[in-house]
Write a protein that binds this ligand. Structure first.
Ligand SMILES: [Zn+2]
Length: 55
């Protein structure tokens, strides 16, 4: 399980996504695109997730 919080990436936004890694990456990528008009690559979001998982 991993959790990404949009406002931790510099947005004034209360979007939070939590779940397995693949779901979170897909959902967060779509959210960035749809809500903020930013096209992050999947790899970039995977990096966010990996940073979160580090203890
Ligand atoms: Zn957002």
């Amino acid at each position: 399980m991993v959790k990404l919080v949009c406002n931790e990436y510099g947005f004034e936004c209360d979007y939070v996504v939590e779940g397995d890694e693949d779901t979170v990456v897909d959902s967060f990528t779509a959210h960035m695109n749809e809500a903020h008009g930013i096209e992050y690559s999947r790899e970039a979001i995977v990096q966010f997730v990996q940073r979160k998982r580090r203890p």
